[in-house]
Write a protein that binds this ligand. Structure first.
Ligand SMILES: Nc1nc2c(ncn2[C@@H]2O[C@H](COP(=O)(O)OP(=O)(O)OP(=O)(O)O)[C@@H](O)[C@H]2O)c(=O)[nH]1
Ligand SMILES: [Mg+2]
Length: 223
């Protein structure tokens, strides 16, 4: 049982004005449409259908918040047995070519607005397809956060099942070298939501973002 198993859908936002109040740490999943953001959240949380994943690019059109919670040692006044400790945030994909121009502009405003303004954004997972990582829109995001070192970055090279072993090693080595050059707030790893590879590494990284002192994971466990 990990903290991520506790994830529960909390709310959706279609506009910046609809975003819930900021507070607890948030980890956002960003990336091109169809890169596998929603699937990654489902695998991470071991809940097959928590986030909407689909073959149709552009499936996620809202910003979806999933609350992570821990079990309280004793019920709080009012009877609550759990308390929220952070959020996973599933973002709509960028670069979804089939969306109407107007809708696309709205999405980039929504995604861009969220990423630029959210004070509680602790880290972003940039989900990329291993067959075509570091596309221009990914580069834009990486550049955007380069000077914002308080926001951690994980470059998740997803769908690693789709490339050969030698290529995997090469793509990872290049990404790691680049990440090191950007700074200690950036890391990279291979991942396959389909084969469930790289899940533990992902959990470890994200837990260290939300809970650098290592207090929460045990607390999330059922007694
Ligand atoms: N082969 C392979 N396919 C994957 C993997 N992860 C996701 N997919 C597939 O990729 C497609 C898109 O997955 P989603 O998780 O919906 O992608 P998304 O990034 O959330 O897409 P949008 O919400 O449209 O931005 C689905 O058909 C998934 O089954 C993976 O690791 N390997
Ligand atoms: Mg999605």
């Amino acid at each position: 049982m990990s903290l991520f198993d506790s994830a529960r859908f909390r709310t959706s936002a279609a506009t910046i004005a609809q975003l819930p109040g900021a507070g607890l740490p948030e980890i956002a999943f960003a990336g091109r449409s169809n890169a596998g953001k929603s699937t990654t959240i489902n695998v991470l949380t071991r809940q097959g259908r928590l986030a909407f994943a689909s073959k149709t690019p552009g499936r996620t059109q809202l910003i979806n918040f999933f609350a992570l919670s821990r079990r309280l040692p004793q019920a709080a006044p009012g009877g609550a047995r759990r308390e929220d400790v952070g959020f996973l945030v599933d973002l709509p994909g960028y670069g979804y070519a089939r969306a109407a121009q107007e809708t696309r502009a709205g999405w980039s405003g929504l995604i861009g607005g969220y990423l630029a303004q959210r004070p509680s954004l602790t880290g972003i997972v940039i989900v990329m397809d291993a067959r075509r990582p570091f596309m221009p829109a990914d580069e834009w995001l990486i550049d955007f956060f380069e000077s914002r070192a308080h926001v951690r970055q994980l470059w998740l090279i997803n769908k690693s099942d789709q490339i050969k072993r030698a290529e995997r090693a090469q793509v990872l080595a290049q990404a790691l070298e680049r990440a090191r050059a950007v700074g200690p707030h950036v890391s990279a790893q291979l991942f396959s939501g389909l084969k469930k590879e790289g899940v533990e590494q992902l959990q470890t990284t994200l837990l260290s973002w939300i809970d650098p002192e290592g207090r929460l994971d045990c607390a999330a466990k059922a007694p």
